[in-house]
Ligand binder design. Structure first.
Ligand code: ADP
Ligand code: MG
Length: 585
């Protein structure tokens, strides 16, 4: 008896759904990609109960006639490719003809569509049955997905909290919107508007629409092109560095893609600008001849292969630091926190006008006065901690090497190289540790602080996170759309940098995984100390170098930075003499 038979359609669709439809955000991705492929100018997405009860995606695209609207529910039915020739030259986001039947097989789906000629069509799919009716409809398509995973209980159980599912969906929408600044996208979550983009085709404006004006103002334009590919977009200034890789957004031919090696290269290219525990904020769109790209790696199409990936990575590694260098990147080291000036939107509009994706000319040293970190008077916290037995008693600064190391000598005939950044980090780390471990007293910030969150962060800031923040002295109050005003802050932060404290603690609480108070503190101390430290390539005066060394020697552990790298390398007189064969060894 034969045991092998071809699967029933419904079963095959459900199996395909296992790969394509993982969670509500994947439904949104597939439906919005269809709307993009249908040349829509406007796309609206509505999520209810984190996508469990209802997801609606509506567009003003080409729409479908009745025949196509029914055909679209069939597996492997697509209007996007016809032959294998097409498969190697894919210009659309979809091509597998799988999304609609897969989603329909695990939900109750209604598709209402009209191609502009004649009346519209409504197709309702429920329990593998289609019913087709007339529907009055303008040109475009509305897809409604209800009761997602109602017939796959395991999938339903596997969904995470509403917060997490919403955050995932919002994130996917942000990326789709960034990949298509020419389409006006709007997202509503439980009838509340989350974000909307203008659709005017300007990436920086889209970044502003999604992440806010402050973020958009801290982006540096980037452009690179050769014969095989071009890369356009924006590099976040180092001060915007994030605690995770979430904000390294790589887009390829209008598609949000996962290219782990390219993302690592982007992180590496920021090596000189941000500490090793941090990740840059980057939105880069790569435009590559579709013939060189294989998007058919995984059913979700998130992974792609690109034959010139090595060249792309080399180019990024060289050109990103070039674009960052010469810009005024170093946040003031000692100046008091700047008053929060509300910048008018027009100011950004001006920047939009001046931005065009053209090669950045090599800059003539835009900033002839080097950014120098000025150190404050030694503070009481250090004096208290003077170690009775510090191994190195005193160091005399001699000069700066490669604008990165301080050359110093002691009175024993040896010489030292000190990594200026690592040393400064150690100093700040110990100072902050003392400040944070002291009894917590809170007060209002000196200067009003308003924090702007991006749409997915807004949903992450739940009452549990608010309570956590309050226990480390940060009290927030709603302040308009996507913003909070800081009501209370630890009193010590006044002497340090209130804004930096707020930014760091908030970022870590929202994006760090499994947060507890000690972890939160340690992380914030490490990043704040790094941020406030002089960097490699900062020019220091002799007295600044001397001050840095004096303060370093007052530390509990002057020998390594908070990340464990050495701060000081020592060459003894004996070693020097040995090198010159003066010792007879
Ligand atoms: P694919 O996108 O891979 O072709 P789908 O199952 O997602 O497969 O969609 C099947 C077909 O239905 C598409 O090729 C397209 O012709 C049509 N379609 C789906 N959504 C839309 C839409 N929003 N507007 C117009 N046509 C659509
Ligand atoms: Mg599709």
């Amino acid at each position: 008896m034969s045991k092998i038979h071809v699967m029933e359609n419904a079963l095959a669709n459900m199996i395909a759904a296992g790969e394509v439809v993982e969670r509500p955000s994947s439904v949104i991705k597939e439906l919005v990609e269809n709307s993009i492929d249908a040349q829509s100018r406007q796309i609206g997405v509505f999520i209810y109960d984190a996508g469990r009860t209802k997801i609606v995606v509506e567009d003003d695209g080409t729409g479908m006639d009745r025949e196509d609207a029914v055909e679209a529910f069939k597996r492997h039915a697509t209007s996007k490719i016809l032959t294998t020739f097409d498969l190697f030259r894919i210009k659309t986001l979809g091509f597998r003809g799988e999304a609609l039947p897969s989603i329909a097989s695990v939900s109750k789906m209604t598709l209402v569509t009209c191609d502009g000629s004649g009346a519209g069509t409504s197709v309702v799919s429920e329990d593998d049955e289609l019913s087709v009716h007339d529907a009055s409809m303008r040109q475009g398509t509305v897809v409604t997905v209800e009761e997602l995973f109602y017939n796959t209980p395991a999938r339903l159980k596997y969904l995470k909290s509403d917060f997490t599912e919403n955050a995932n969906s919002i994130e996917i929408m942000c990326r789709l919107a960034l990949a298509h600044p020419e389409i006006a996208m709007t997202l509503y979550v439980d009838d509340r508007k989350n974000f909307s983009t203008s659709g005017r085709g300007n990436l920086l404006e889209t970044i502003k629409d999604i992440y806010g004006l402050e973020v958009a103002q801290k982006m540096i334009p980037f452009h690179y092109a050769n014969n095989d590919f071009s890369v356009d977009g924006f590099l976040g200034k180092p001060e915007m560095a994030k605690a995770n890789r979430y904000f390294i957004i790589t887009l390829l031919n209008g598609r949000n893609v996962y290219m782990p090696k390219v993302q690592s290269t982007i992180v590496d290219s920021y090596h000189d600008f941000i500490p090793p525990t941090r990740f840059p904020f980057v939105v880069l769109e790569m435009t590559i001849d579709p013939a060189l790209v294989d998007v058919n790696v995984h059913p979700s199409k998130r992974e792609v292969r690109f034959s010139k990936e090595g060249d792309l990575r080399l180019a990024l590694l060289e050109k990103i630091p070039e674009a960052l260098r010469g810009k005024n990147l170093v946040p003031d080291v000692v100046s008091a926190p700047k008053p929060q000036v509300m910048v008018k939107e027009e100011q950004l509009a001006l920047e939009f006008d001046t931005y065009s994706p053209k090669p950045i000319m090599p800059e003539v040293e835009s900033n002839p006065v080097p950014q120098v970190a000025v150190f404050k008077e030694p503070e009481a916290v250090y004096r208290e901690s003077v170690h009775a037995e510090t191994q190195i008693r005193s160091l005399k600064a001699l000069c700066q090497l490669h604008l990165t190391y301080i050359v110093a000598e002691d009175d024993q005939g040896g010489f030292y190289l000190i990594d200026q950044h690592a040393a400064n980090e150690r100093i700040n780390y110990e100072k902050l540790q003392r400040l944070m471990n002291a009894t917590l007293t809170v007060s209002e910030p000196l200067i009003p602080i308003v924090v702007h969150l991006n749409p997915s962060e807004m949903v992450l800031l739940n009452s549990e996170k608010m309570a956590l923040l309050e226990s480390v002295g940060l009290k927030l109050e709603m302040f308009g759309i996507n913003a909070y005003q800081v009501r209370q802050i630890p009193s010590w932060a006044k002497e340090y940098d209130e804004q930096a404290y707020v930014d760091e603690i908030l970022h870590e609480a929202l994006h760090g995984d499994k947060i507890d108070i000690p972890k939160l503190r340690t992380h914030v101390i490490a990043t704040m100390s790094c941020k406030r430290s002089v960097k490699a390539h900062d020019r220091l005066s002799l007295s600044e170098m001397q001050y840095l060394l004096d303060t370093l020697l007052l530390c509990d552990n002057p020998h390594s930075c908070p990340h464990g790298r050495p701060t000081i390398v020592h060459f003894t007189q004996y070693e020097i003499e040995k090198m010159f064969k003066r010792t007879g060894v």
